[in-house]
Design a protein around this ligand. Structure first.
Ligand SMILES: Nc1ncnc2c1ncn2[C@@H]1O[C@H](COP(=O)(O)OP(=O)(O)OP(=O)(O)O)[C@@H](O)[C@H]1O
Ligand SMILES: O=P(O)(O)OC[C@H]1O[C@H](OP(=O)(O)OP(=O)(O)O)[C@H](O)[C@@H]1O
Ligand SMILES: O=C(O)c1cccnc1
Ligand SMILES: [Mg+2]
Length: 498
């Protein structure tokens, strides 16, 4: 079930999961006979989320699922036929709807693998193919990749704070932005580094391990806390984690110990206790002492309650003895940054004679927001132990080949230049995913992408991983691309007398 579609949640086809303007443009291109013109779009964000130094790319498998199954059902076509404009006439004529009825996605897609560490301005997905199709998929690709990347990045930060040995459980569904937000967040949180989720539907859909403890209401249902723990142990003799803070936390720990020792007599071991309020550093240290003194060193201490990466870091610094972190609201809602600002921009169009390319640019008042023309690839130069050193964005369709020692230019400050050592090792991040709309090879499983993400984040210098004012990882435009972009900007910008 890995990477199974989100699409089945509401309806079989997601062709209408788009902004109306994609469809009005599609009709316009078709009417002008431009729909088959070959186009190239890139999906990228400009700034890493959470004021962080990096992001973890995610969502590709969901995007591929959407693209491979893209079709307009009869219901979709009837709905589009029912749409009218301001004068009451049909928005889309029948001959265009006949065209849509037969439409299949036949573009080429190159993308960065899920779990890859990425930075601002780097294309995560490149779509090349008929203009109408490549444009049509903008909104769905963005909603899938933006949210998945945002939550996978948050999860990677939480994982980094928890460290390699602690468990991170994602508990967010009740506070997520609706069912689809919850389901998507559980997937991305696992990809970014969570070990398991409490979300059972996500377990079924995506093959994520499901885990959990019990609620305060369980304890409140029984006359005494001891009875509640005994009853839970009776139901799950080998899978019990007791929530100990319903009344008095340290009394709760003592009750958990009493029941754990009873369990031991029948050949079972208590899995853990959970702390969900109060001073988690103090209480976890006291709980650890009590558990250890009772001969229960293997009983784990789970903590929850508005946790996120900074709080986890602080608790660790305070010497908290927590070994499992239950993280909900802050993770699945990306609480401190609601959205990743990924965009999808046209970068090249076939010339009318079909022989060459017209590279396109979107100007902006801020130079940093001006798009990058070309058919782009990202080359990651590696240092010792394959640690990423700098990334270069370059145009694979440039007039001249890359020089043996390229120069990287910071797109927002052209005085910052970095020559690359000739022969420096590198890897190119975008790899073929779809050719003519068909998968070139199976995608990694979700568990494989998760393992890759952990390896990627662990391979980054700590200065780039830190939360406060992280070091800026160098990303530059290859010199010829930088100069070409500047020339296009000059050509397109109107000259106004002072
Ligand atoms: N040692 C600590 N250092 C810093 N923050 C902590 C520490 N222990 C707990 N916190 C955080 O302080 C916040 C408030 O804790 P508090 O116990 O008041 O929670 P609460 O939500 O009011 O709990 P409840 O409503 O269940 O009693 C929570 O976000 C919690 O994660
Ligand atoms: O705090 P989060 O990171 O979102 O983790 C999930 C929270 O959900 C549960 O309780 P809930 O918040 O529903 O009730 P409570 O605050 O009274 O425990 C659980 O006990 C956690 O506190
Ligand atoms: O299993 C748990 O402990 C759990 C699940 C969801 C939210 N809070 C806690
Ligand atoms: Mg709570």
């Amino acid at each position: 079930m890995n990477n199974a579609p989100l699409s089945g949640l509401y309806q079989p086809s997601l062709a209408l999961l788009t902004d109306l303007y994609q469809l009005t443009m599609a009709y316009g291109y078709w009417k002008q006979g431009l729909h088959e013109r070959e186009a190239v779009f890139h999906l990228y964000f400009r700034k890493a989320p959470f004021n962080g130094g990096y992001a973890v790319a995610a969502g590709l498998a969901l995007a591929v699922d959407y693209l491979e199954t893209l079709h307009f059902s009869e219901d979709d076509i009837s709905y589009l036929a029912s749409l009218t404009g301001s004068k009451g006439g049909r928005l889309f004529p029948d001959d265009f709807l006949d065209y849509l009825r037969d439409l299949k996605f036949t573009c080429d897609v190159d993308a960065v693998a899920e779990g890859t560490v990425v930075f601002g301005n780097e294309p995560l997905v490149r779509v090349q193919g008929p203009l109408l199709q490549a444009q049509l998929v903008e909104t769905a690709l963005l909603t899938l990749v933006n949210f998945q990347t945002l939550i996978a990045t948050k999860a990677a930060r939480v994982r980094d704070a928890a460290g390699p040995d602690d468990a991170v459980l994602e508990f967010g569904l009740r506070r997520a932005q609706g069912p689809d937000g919850g389901l998507g967040a559980s997937r991305a949180a696992y990809l970014g580094g969570a070990d398991a989720t409490s979300n059972v539907l996500a377990g079924q859909r995506f093959g994520i391990p499901v885990r959990g403890t019990h609620a305060h209401s369980w304890v409140m249902t029984f006359e005494h806390e001891l009875d509640a723990f005994r009853a839970y142990a009776d139901a799950f003799p080998d899978d019990s984690v007791f929530l100990v803070d319903t009344y008095d936390t340290l009394d709760g720990v003592r009750h958990a110990i009493a029941v754990a020792l009873e369990m031991r007599k029948t050949g079972h071991e208590l899995g853990g206790i959970r702390l969900d309020s109060g001073d988690l550093a103090y209480l976890s240290k006291e709980a650890r002492k009590l558990l250890d003194a009772a001969g229960l060193p293997a009983v784990r201490i789970v903590a929850s309650n508005d946790l996120e990466e900074n709080l986890i870091t602080s608790l660790k610094q305070q010497g908290a003895r927590i070994d499992t972190w239950g993280v909900g609201t802050q993770l699945v809602t990306a609480y401190n940054q609601a959205a990743l600002g990924g965009v999808y921009k046209l970068a090249a169009l076939r010339t009318a004679d079909g022989q060459g390319w017209d590279f396109t640019i979107k100007l902006s008042e801020q130079q940093a927001k001006t798009s990058i023309p070309g058919i782009l690839q990202v080359r990651r130069y590696l240092g010792e132990a394959s640690q990423p050193r700098a990334d270069m964005i370059y145009n694979v369709a440039a007039a001249s080949p890359l020089p043996p020692a390229p120069v990287l230019i910071d797109p927002s400050d052209s005085t910052r230049r970095r020559p690359v050592h000739p022969g420096a090792p590198y890897r190119d991040l975008l790899a073929p995913v779809l050719r003519q709309g068909r998968l070139v090879q199976p995608l990694p499983t979700l568990a494989e992408s998760r393992a890759f993400a952990r390896q990627e984040v662990a391979g980054l210098d700590p200065s780039i991983r830190r939360y406060l004012n992280p070091h800026v990882y160098p990303v530059g435009l290859e010199q010829a691309l930088y100069e070409f972009r500047t020339q296009l900007m000059l050509e397109k910008r109107p000259v106004r007398p002072a």
